[in-house]
Design a protein around this ligand. Structure first.
Ligand code: BYC
Length: 475
């Protein structure tokens, strides 16, 4: 187990003090990060004491310590999982060769692009969520939001370390640019679509942490397989943090549904109007938020047929999530058959080289994982005696990237006419009226042990503390 060194200006377990020029470069970036955090991070809570966990070791069992911290004083640092001795490349064209501790010249630009894309999402999400504190449903939720935010900040550090340590001047420039692009900025937006979507209400926050953070899980799993060992080790550690974010999403949606069902049973109704008048969110609206965030997150996997993903796999830069579960790790002469789009705009079975299907394979693993929560929520609904089922829309629905981009498809996956699509899209996605209603529920609740009326209280506290613990002391 490696204990993390918190004595240094930048906490780390990479012996930063032995590389003075790298240390200096990162210390130069550090105040810029802090400025970004103050300007673009959680608005209005920078002086509050927040009950946060901080990593103390990279060991899976004992890596967290909890205590009250002001967010700007959070010890963001550089933590990589321990090196595995004699680790070998285990997929692609170079299987069996030692993994790389430095970036091979030929792969420099593709690796940099992957790291920059990953890095860009982290501060983007903090920017997207910066206003949410003003409408938190409880102190417990407020603390969870901030925990997610500081850890996304640390994930940015993880990528910035790689850029500084392994990509020279280009890397330093990219690290600066990561603080210059901003979510939703018309002139200088974040790289990937979903990270420019506004998150101004907590329903969207829970959907984002359920669906979009789960893309993070699958992308990190793929990068954790990388033959570039420092990238693999840093992603392995990031995954332990990511798990909490998805849990925030899953329990948040569960609590929302629980509260709705409670009210439906109390009033013995499934009328949307009555449910809304009682101040809880009808399941139909929840379905529309699922449709929006799931379809947006599917785009994050890239195109179904991708030469970029084939190159990344062949070169051993990015594997499949849980690569060792597959039988063939070369996939040189294998094929993948799927339902694609014909030239006549109809659905047709197509066969492509397996390596070109890596994005789609990863997306499918992600979809299966998304289903788990849906099954749980549907069990709750059924148990409460209602005949409504929440569903994931088809992976062809409302896509902006890949072969289905711009194709008019309904949530069941059927290609329909443009007219039909335009007429119905308003009922498949959150409407202005839905958003207005959701916004009307978003009222800040900051009394200890109180929870907003639209969501059930959590069923347990953080780190065995009471649900009623004052997780955030506002200043
Ligand atoms: N929006 O061959 P293609 C997370 C671009 S989330 C805009 O189809 P490729 C987190 C693509 O960049 C995980 N552009 O796809 C979650 C390429 O552009 P260039 C983030 C898009 O390259 C919550 C072009 O389209 N990590 O950690 O195989 C909170 C054609 O690309 C989009 C990563 O994404 C899009 N949705 O794969 C906080 C991992 N999709 O190069 C954090 C690193 C594609 O032609 N990134 N494009 O200009 C990658 O592995 C790959 O870049 C992608 C795309 C999976 C994104």
């Amino acid at each position: 187990m490696t204990n993390l060194n918190y004595q240094e200006k930048i906490p780390n377990n990479v012996d930063l003090s032995t590389d003075l020029s790298l240390q200096r470069a990162l210390e130069h970036w550090q105040p810029k990060f802090k400025n970004w955090w103050t300007e673009m991070g959680p608005e209005g809570f920078q002086a509050s004491d927040v009950y946060l966990r901080t990593a103390t070791s990279v060991d899976a069992d004992g890596w967290a310590t909890y205590g009250k911290v002001k967010m700007p004083e959070y010890r963001w640092g550089i933590f990589l999982n321990d090196k595995v001795q004699d680790r070998k490349i285990h997929f692609g064209d170079n299987i069996g060769e030692p993994v790389w501790q430095q970036v091979p010249g030929d792969y420099r630009s593709i690796l940099r692009r992957l790291i920059v894309t990953q890095g860009d999402t982290e501060p983007a999400s903090v920017e997207q969520q910066r206003e949410l504190g003003k409408t938190c449903p409880s102190l417990f939720d407020l603390r969870n939001l901030f925990q997610v935010n500081v850890e996304e900040g640390r994930h940015l550090w993880a990528m910035v370390y790689l850029l500084h340590a392994y990509f020279g001047r280009d890397g330093r420039e990219e690290a600066e640019a990561l603080l210059e692009r901003n979510s939703g900025d018309i002139d200088n937006p974040r790289i990937l679509g979903t990270f420019n979507e506004p998150i101004t209400d907590w329903v969207s926050f829970f959907m984002f942490t359920y669906f979009t953070d789960r893309d993070g899980k699958y992308q990190l799993k793929s990068l954790a397989e990388s033959s570039f060992d420092p990238l693999a080790r840093t992603c392995q550690f990031m995954l332990t943090e990511e798990a909490h974010h998805m849990q925030v999403g899953e329990t948040g949606i569960t609590r929302m549904i629980q509260r709705t069902l409670e009210v439906m049973n109390e009033l013995n109704t499934d009328s949307v109007e009555t449910i809304r008048n009682a101040g809880v969110i009808d399941l139909q609206t929840i379905q529309r938020y699922i449709n929006f965030w799931f379809s947006s997150s599917l785009d994050l996997f890239g195109s179904e047929i991708s030469s970029n993903s084939a190159t990344a796999f062949a070169n051993g830069l990015k594997g499949r999530p849980d690569e060792m579960r597959y039988e063939d790790h070369s996939e040189k002469n294998t094929t993948f058959t799927f339902e694609g789009l014909s030239l006549e705009n109809t659905i047709e079975t197509q066969t492509i080289p397996m390596r070109n299907a890596m994005n789609e394979i990863t997306r499918r693993a992600y979809v299966t994982d998304c289903e788990v929560g849906l099954k749980r929520w549907n069990r709750l609904i059924k148990k409460a005696g209602y005949d409504i089922q929440l569903k994931l829309p088809s992976t062809r629905f409302r896509r902006n990237i890949g072969i289905w981009a711009g194709v008019d498809v309904n949530p069941e996956g059927k290609i329909i006419s443009k007219d039909n699509f335009d007429k119905n899209i308003g009922s498949w996605l959150p409407s202005d009226n839905d958003k207005e209603f959701i916004n009307s529920l978003m009222v800040q609740v900051i009394e200890v042990n109180k929870t907003a009326g639209w969501i059930a209280p959590p069923n347990r506290g953080i780190n065995n503390m009471d649900i009623g613990y004052d997780y955030v002391n506002l200043k």
